[in-house]
Design a protein around this ligand. Structure first.
Ligand code: FES
Ligand SMILES: [Fe+2]
Length: 400
């Protein structure tokens, strides 16, 4: 008999697993229930009109519309009568009318009319189309998919609460800095990238060329800090023209990312407090999108100055790259989706530079446990004063 030698061969390796609690978002899962205790954006408000839209969020398929009175409505697709989809419904002043037999539902699912029944349906009050609250906020439509009695206030960030005369809020659908609008992987492997500033030094600055700026390419000194019990931020210090360039990126549990401009040193507007946030929204366990809101200065033409922030690849956008160029100049999309539909936690070897990722997973578990035990998620996002102070930004300081 020969001794078994640990040769490192791929043959016979253990079956890989992921931590289901961390990644699942469906109803009844720890993560799904945490997400269902926070308002989540589902669309850009100006894109929600009378034409019904199919929306998939947290593993649920829903129909989003705006009634003739301007109220957003988010309802379960299968009509309470005989189940055809309200995707083919017609939106009216008071709600959405099913295409099949014309039952009319308002934005809270009340059945207002049953035209094939006597008197428009003598028992229509007994019918309720399942619905979720939806409201316009920061130029987005936010929805609350959780228990009605635990509905929190709408999320507010101090940087978005006051607008100067020459500023407006702008919105985008985006899950990251490059790649498609819906990314084919679990939300967490996208999101924890924000607490991983070391990848900027490698992925965005040397391995793939300079995707951001030379100021961002300097090796940082990195630390991480908690923000109350609702979030955390990373601090990245770099030397810059004899000064200290301090970059702070921030996350709020579970899924708000506040990342300042990546154009420090190239764009004069890149310094100062961060100007916006992105909600990274799970479509389901294996696909993810996001919605952003940003405070933009108005240009001389009276239009918001477009954001300079998307990574560039030898002057090309992500969409213009050939397969070979994606291999030669990978960015966030390739690194994150490249972990597979759901990353395999059993195969990871977390190191010192992953401390931010470890801390964030710990924070997430604490929030999931609080919800599982019947409490609200910890932190000011659900307190009476739901306005969060934003720490993130690019700051120039005197070296100490
Ligand atoms: S199936 Fe909708 S009204 Fe009949
Ligand atoms: Fe990145």
């Amino acid at each position: 008999m020969t001794d078994v030698i640990d040769s490192g061969a791929a043959y016979g390796r253990p079956s890989p697993t992921f931590d289901a609690d961390l990644v699942q978002v469906g109803p009844g899962t720890p993560g799904g229930e945490l997400f269902r205790r926070h308002w989540q954006p589902v669309a850009i408000a100006t894109e929600v009109a009378q034409r019904p839209r199919a929306v998939r969020i947290l593993g649920e398929d829903l129909i989003l519309f705006r009634d003739g009175r301007g109220r957003p409505g988010l309802v379960y697709p299968r009509c309470a009568h005989r189940g055809t989809t309200l995707y083919y419904g017609k939106v009216e002043e008071e709600g959405i009318r099913c295409c099949y037999h014309g039952w009319l539902f308002d934005v809270e699912g009340h059945c207002l009319d049953q035209p094939c029944e006597a008197e428009g349906g003598r028992h229509r009050d007994r019918i309720r189309q399942p619905w979720y609250p939806a409201v316009d906020h920061y130029g987005l439509v936010f929805a609350y998919l959780g228990p009605p009695e635990r509905r929190p206030p709408l999320p507010r960030l101090d940087i978005l609460e006051t607008l100067g005369d020459d500023e407006v809020l702008t919105n985008s659908q985006t899950a990251g800095l490059s790649g498609p609008l819906v990314i084919p992987c679990n939300w967490l492997q996208l999101f924890e990238n924000v607490m991983d500033p070391w990848h900027v030094f490698v992925l965005h600055s040397s391995l793939s060329g300079t995707q951001f700026t030379s100021a961002m390419a300097v090796a940082p000194r990195v630390s991480w800090e908690w923000d109350g019990d609702y979030g955390m931020h990373s601090v990245q210090d770099r030397d810059f023209e004899g000064k200290l360039f301090r970059r702070i990126t921030q996350v709020l549990a579970p899924n708000v990312r506040i990342v300042p401009s990546t154009q420090a040193g190239a764009d004069p507007n890149a310094f100062g407090a961060a100007t916006g946030a992105i909600w990274v929204v799970p479509v389901d366990d294996t696909s993810t999108t996001g919605f952003g809101v940003r405070k933009a200065p108005l240009g001389p033409d009276g239009k918001p100055v477009p954001l300079r922030g998307a990574a560039t690849f030898e002057g090309k956008s992500w969409w213009e790259l050939s397969e070979e160029e994606h291999q030669r100049m990978p960015g966030d999309f390739e690194a994150e989706a490249g972990q597979g539909p759901i990353t395999l936690h059993s195969e990871e070897h977390l190191a010192t530079s992953d401390r931010g990722v470890t801390m964030f997973r710990h924070l997430l578990r604490r929030h999931m446990n609080a919800v599982r035990e019947g409490s609200d998620p910890p932190g000011s996002l659900v307190g009476p004063d739901a306005t969060v102070h934003v720490e993130a930004g690019n700051f120039i300081l005197e070296p100490s």
